[in-house]
Design a protein around this ligand. Structure first.
Ligand code: KG4
Ligand code: ZN
Length: 356
């Protein structure tokens, strides 16, 4: 069976055709995965502008779906279902995908499957690597989320913890903006950090000792927090602004910028790695996965692999293309839900704060 996936939750318009392989260990194969990124549009504003995002989705969605079908050499009649991201995300952006998917499914007489965006990120790991040894600890780390899940059977995701404030990717984006490095911040900080000294700038590692009053169902001791770290970088910049180097000189030299990036990245990655392996030990996980935009980070990938080998637990990440937002992961999660018998009603609505 082939399924068309559609993703429009943030600033990427994406459509993909994914097909079942019949092989249990590696259930799905990508036939096409088309992503139209809006980065150039939002870069000018230093972040995603929701109103511009939804308008651009409207312009792009038809062409992106047509191209995904064409590249997959697939007609509407060859499809078994349509899956779409229902949430969470920007409501205007989500609505474009949900409306398109509902109309397309109705017109083609196909069942509709509603997918949670983070379930898509989790299933990107299976799409790339085949079924993970379970139970697995999966960290979804992106611009909007930093959430830790226990996956004890395929398609069952149990939330263990999340960030109390900024997501890790959001912290990358804010720190990059602060340093005048542009948007999105993750890839540029990752690149500059490679030449920096990661001990040059003393930044605090956040220690959470109390439970989260906003999430009483969670224990809280595996939670994340990144706003303190971002504020520490802000203070470091402000201190320099108070004593600027000289009229013709930049606030920071290229070397200093690289040092700040490396020092910031060391703390973020250590926090993520510590939590993930702590959870894996507690829940006796047989594998670890890290997915979402920030899983593209070179240091995070290297440390994940290093600690995995050290502790003899297999670790998994998606390919770089599958780590940032894309519809192939939504199609994969859609196939999983479809096989579990989950069909969305014809009056499906987008849900900006959908829980998983
Ligand atoms: O999953 P994604 O494409 O969109 C969301 O669902 O948010 O993630 C985007 C986030 C951005 O914050 C971006 O800065 C971050 O992923 N990112 C990275 C890297 N590449 C993208 N963060 C750190 N290092 C990277 N190499
Ligand atoms: Zn995402």
């Amino acid at each position: 069976m082939r399924l068309l996936g559609i993703e429009t939750s943030c600033d990427e318009t994406s459509a993909a055709v994914v097909e079942e392989t019949g092989v249990i260990a590696r259930p799905w194969a990508i036939r096409s995965n088309v992503v139209a990124s809006q980065t150039q549009i939002h870069r000018e504003w230093g972040g995603v502008v929701p109103e511009l995002a939804s308008r651009q989705h409207i312009r792009d969605i038809c062409g992106v779906v047509e191209r995904a079908l064409e590249e997959a050499q697939t007609g509407w009649r060859d499809l078994g279902a349509v899956a779409v991201t229902q949430g969470p995300g920007l409501v205007g952006s989500l609505l474009v995908g949900v409306s398109f998917a509902k109309a397309a499914a109705a017109a083609a007489g196909l069942p509709l499957v509603a997918v949670h965006h983070l379930a898509g990120h989790i299933e990107s790991l299976v799409l790339q690597n085949g079924e993970l040894p379970l139970p697995a600890i999966v960290l979804v780390v992106s611009g909007g989320h930093t959430s830790l899940y226990l996956v004890d059977s395929p398609g069952r995701y149990q939330l263990l913890s999340r960030t109390r404030d900024d997501a890790a990717g959001e912290a990358y984006d804010k720190v990059a903006k602060l340093l005048g490095l542009g948007y999105p911040g993750g890839p540029v900080i990752d690149r500059l950090a490679r030449t920096g000294n990661d001990r040059a700038v003393a930044l605090p590692a956040t220690r959470l000792t109390h439970a989260d009053r906003n999430a009483p169902a969670l224990k809280g001791d595996l939670d994340f927090s990144f706003s303190g770290l971002k504020t520490a970088v802000l203070r470091y910049v402000r201190a320099r602004e108070a004593v600027p180097p000289g009229p013709a000189q930049p606030l920071f030299s290229d070397c200093e910028i690289a040092d700040i990036c490396a020092s910031f990245q060391r703390i973020v990655v250590r926090f993520l790695i510590e939590r993930v392996f702590d959870a894996a030990r507690r829940f006796q996980a047989r594998s670890i996965g890290v997915a979402g935009g920030v899983s593209a980070n070179s240091r995070l990938r290297a440390e994940l692999q290093f600690h995995g080998e050290l502790r003899e637990i297999p670790t998994f990440v998606p390919s770089l293309q599958l780590s940032t937002d894309n519809a192939a992961m939504i199609a994969a999660a859609g196939l999983r839900k479809f096989r579990a018998g989950s069909i969305a009603p014809a009056n499906l609505n987008a849900d900006a704060a959908l829980a998983l």
